[in-house]
Design a binder for this molecule. Structure first.
Ligand code: G6P
Length: 611
């Protein structure tokens, strides 16, 4: 949440910062601001999007080769001009932008108020910038020491960039819990919450670790701890191209990402399925495969869509590898007292690799000496750096706030793990294993075919775009797909939607059904086909409107339903990868028809780095 960007070098900072904010807007978009130094510092900030900030700065002095900028997702204080970052200290010595939460801010604020400080905003960030200034003036210490000392007093998470008019040729960055990447070029440095604003300038980056403090002065970077102990940061080369973070002719990132799924899935299994399709090799699991195959229990942890992928993984791993699996929300797991054993394995699932609750769950598991595995999309993000082993999904950057291709890539990894563990544990035959691998290999082509129904799905969306509620039903590994379909609709169209196991409908949701209630039923041919057909009858008997997702050529369910969307036939293990696609498209079209901002839905952020 919140995107931060910084630049120090010889170029004009303004265009670099504005472009950077646009790339990070997925992290928050309720207000934006920029501070530039060219002799005297200047701050421009405004409620609204980065484009509003751009308009606001038209005709103003935007010169300067050093600057910091912020796009906000409000935590403390409503979105308005005053609460927008950057924040300046009361006596104007320091300017700061912040991503994270200062948990002890009210205590610090009280102390500063007792010493005469007043506050303009309601933010925790203004407390931090004033604390720095207080230490600076009172202690008569350098800018650097004031920032370091202030950060030692802070409880909570932060990624901060700080500039000062007293040392106008210097930029300070610090990280604890909120991501920060530094891009390094000759005589210039770029800073950002993730690498996307940096890649068009340089591929050499340092991923800051928690507790790292960096100071850039006179073209040199110095990385140390808050206690002034020198650190040797690792400079890494990132493999990300510009094309992958642009819209490429699509109206929205979400639509582009839905259509990218055949390629994303292929990239996820590329080099991991053997050429004869008789084996699966997951290099990232090499070191951990024995403990994983012998685990007494696997615990999966994730949030949002990643949690749904975990639920699909539970069905697959239990069915094919016969290892008990529990799936937990990061936020719940971390605050209860879970019973953990050394021979448990925790799998953390996350697109961004930065979700605060998922990270906290990892830390908890480590306290119990539980081995932790990551399934992440963003290379170099915090989760893969903190886990014992892991598998990248390689779906490419996902920018639309509503997750699409990351979900199918996560399910692809979990399916590969389930099949591989099944083979290793002899819980599936080699013959069945090869059938499943071949089926997986065929999925991208099947999705390509399915995407041809886009216009037809749009025509269905037109009929339901004004609905007030939706119900999504599925059984087995399609129950999590029902949850995911409902989440997609809620997130981007603001229509209330619920996902339910189809048989549970009778225990509550059935009371909601009438002729105004569209019900999306996942009804492909699998072992619960007959049961789901009965559920559809029950809905029709109460005048509900059924949109059924069926296997191509199905006639039985078609005859009972109001609308059907066909998906190609596949092994039921992999049906989540096909059936979720029409649900993504349905939500997308409904949201567009309702005039919603699909890529930046209200109140949401793509990467939730606060708990
Ligand atoms: C936010 C996003 C969701 C995402 C969830 C978990 O809520 O809006 O799309 O599924 O965070 O994020 P992660 O990066 O950990 O998968």
């Amino acid at each position: 949440m919140c995107g931060i960007v910084g630049y120090i070098g010889k170029k004009d900072a303004y265009p670099i910062l504005i472009n950077g904010l646009k790339r990070l807007e997925y992290r928050g978009y309720d207000s934006a601001g920029i501070a530039l130094i060219n002799g005297e510092p200047r701050i421009y900030k405004i409620q609204g999007k980065v484009s509003d900030l751009e308009n606001f700065t038209k005709g103003k002095n935007i010169s300067g080769t050093i600057g910091i900028a912020h796009t906000r997702w409000a935590t403390h204080g409503e979105p308005n001009d005053v609460n927008a970052h950057p924040h300046m200290s009361e006596n104007e010595h320091f300017i700061l932008i912040h991503n994270g939460i200062i948990e002890n801010y009210s205590k610090l604020k009280k102390r500063l108020e007792d010493r005469g400080y007043t506050f303009k905003s309601e933010t925790d960030t203004e407390v931090l910038v004033n604390l720095i200034e207080y230490i600076y003036l009172k202690g008569k210490v350098s800018v650097e020491i004031a920032v370091r000392l202030a950060l030692t007093k802070v409880v909570g998470a932060y990624g901060v960039l700080v500039i000062s008019k007293d040392e106008p040729e210097q930029l300070i960055a610090a990280r604890n819990g909120s991501p920060l990447v530094i891009g390094i070029n000759k005589d210039e440095y770029y800073f950002a919450s993730d690498a996307t604003p940096i890649i068009e300038y340089t591929k050499s980056v340092i991923y800051m670790n928690d507790g790292d403090f960096a100071i850039i002065k006179k073209g040199n970077i110095n990385v140390k701890t808050l206690q002034d102990e020198p650190l040797k940061p690792k400079i890494q080369q990132i493999d990300l191209d510009l094309e992958s973070i642009e819209k490429g002719g699509y109206e929205h990132f979400m639509l582009k990402e839905i259509f990218e799924q055949p390629k994303a899935i292929q990239d996820t299994f590329r080099g991991r399925l053997s050429s004869k399709l008789d084996n699966i090799v997951l290099g990232g699991l090499h070191e951990i495969i024995e403990p994983l195959a012998n685990a007494k229990r696997i615990i999966m942890v994730g949030c949002g869509t990643s949690w749904h992928a975990g639920l699909v993984g539970e069905y697959l791993i239990e069915e094919y590898a016969r290892i008990p699996v529990e799936v937990e929300y990061g936020s719940e797991f971390r605050y209860r007292k879970p019973v953990l054993y050394k021979d448990d394995i925790l799998i953390a699932i996350s697109q961004s690799g930065e979700t605060a609750d998922t990270l906290a769950a990892i830390h908890l598991a480590k306290e119990y000496d539980v081995k932790v595995l990551g399934i992440c999309n963003v290379v170099g993000s915090s989760i893969p750096r903190e886990t014992d082993a892991g598998v990248y999904t390689h779906a490419g950057p996902e920018i639309g706030v509503a997750s699409t291709k990351a979900f199918t890539a996560q399910v692809t990894v979990l399916a590969m793990m389930a099949f591989l563990l099944g083979k290793k544990r002899n819980t599936i035959s080699q013959e069945k294993f090869e059938i499943l691998v071949k089926e997986l290999n065929a999925i991208p082509e099947k999705i390509n075919k399915l995407l041809k129904s886009n216009d037809y799905i749009l025509s269905i969306a037109k009929k339901f775009s004004q609905a007030k509620n939706f119900l999504y039903l599925g059984r087995g590994n399609l129950f999590p797909v029902a949850l995911e379909g409902a989440l997609k609709l809620k997130e981007i169209s603001y229509i209330h939607a619920e996902g339910y196991p189809a048989a549970e409908m009778k225990h509550g949701p059935i009371a909601l059904i009438d002729e105004n209630m569209p019900i999306v039923v996942l009804a492909t041919k699998d072992k619960s086909y007959e049961k789901i057909a009965s559920n559809i009858q029950e809905i029709k008997a109460r005048s509900g409107v059924v949109i059924a997702i069926v296997t191509k050529g199905d006639t039985v369910i078609k005859s009972m339903s109001d609308f059907v969307i066909e998906v190609p036939e596949c092994d039921e293990a992999l049906a989540p990868l096909l059936t979720v696609i029409p649900l993504q498209l349905l939500s997308y079209h409904i949201a567009v028809l309702r005039g919603c901002n699909v890529d930046q839905p209200r109140n949401l952020a793509k990467s939730v780095t606060v708990e």
